[in-house]
Design a protein around this ligand. Structure first.
Ligand SMILES: Cc1cc2nc3c(=O)[nH]c(=O)nc-3n(C[C@H](O)[C@H](O)[C@H](O)COP(=O)(O)O)c2cc1C
Length: 201
């Protein structure tokens, strides 16, 4: 299923075609593809090259660790994400390696790495659905995540499936139009609230 962004201005096809499905095919993701996805995350830029990310992941074939991953998702997410062939959880290092001071942009950098992973996935015909709906403290206990590290977001990934495999409410959301704020609301110049002039040019 395709669900391209109805953009007002042309953008790269890869970005236009990315979306967050909840229906995944049973097809497993080969290890070499998984390596490429995490390699793409690896090469994300980060403040001071801190690379403040770790990904805990499990494939469905690894039933024990997959069940642990499903167990840290909120129920709404677990219900659909358990059908994806791969689940992962991003974790951010909140302190700088060099001096132990707080890394103000750790979550930002983890998001950048996940975005790169997502684009690499899309370029290979896979899709990623990220999830804030996790039990963070349960994740910390389940996986033994150290104190200076913060569970950020889970993700389900795999090849696209059939929306008919979803219950009605999720199927409706799967087929719903994609919407975004207009550029004029979030690209500003000079003073907060002043749209950048090029936007309406
Ligand atoms: C960090 C993050 C957290 C999200 N959390 C959830 C979630 O817990 N459950 C869910 O079903 N979708 C979740 N989503 C998916 C968003 O709802 C989705 O990206 C948004 O509606 C835009 O749709 P699109 O990705 O198809 O363009 C999350 C996305 C991101 C990036």
């Amino acid at each position: 299923m395709h669900k391209p962004a109805p953009t007002e201005i042309p953008i790269h096809e890869l970005i236009r075609e990315r979306w967050s499905p909840r229906a995944f095919s049973d097809k497993s993701v080969p290890p070499e593809v998984l390596r490429s996805l995490f390699e793409a995350a690896r090469w994300a830029p980060s403040s001071n090259n801190e690379q403040p990310w770790v990904y805990l992941m499990a494939t469905k074939e690894d039933a024990e660790n997959f069940a642990k991953m499903v167990g840290v998702l909120v129920e709404f997410n677990a219900n659909w994400a358990k059908h994806a062939p791969v689940l992962a959880l991003s974790v951010a290092h909140l302190k700088m390696h060099r001096d132990g001071k707080p890394n103000r942009v750790a979550l930002h950098d983890v998001g950048t790495a996940s975005a790169q992973l997502t684009m690499e996935a899309n370029s290979r015909g896979l899709f990623v659905h990220q999830m804030a709906g996790i039990h963070a403290e349960k994740a910390r206990e389940t996986f033994g995540i150290p104190p200076d590290w913060e569970p950020v977001a889970a993700m389900a990934l795999g090849y696209p499936g059939n929306p008919d495999s979803l219950p009605q409410t999720l199927r409706d959301r799967e087929l719903a139009p994609r919407i975004r704020k207009p550029l004029k609301e979030f690209v500003m110049t000079g003073t907060w609230g002043h749209t950048a002039p090029f936007v309406s040019a």
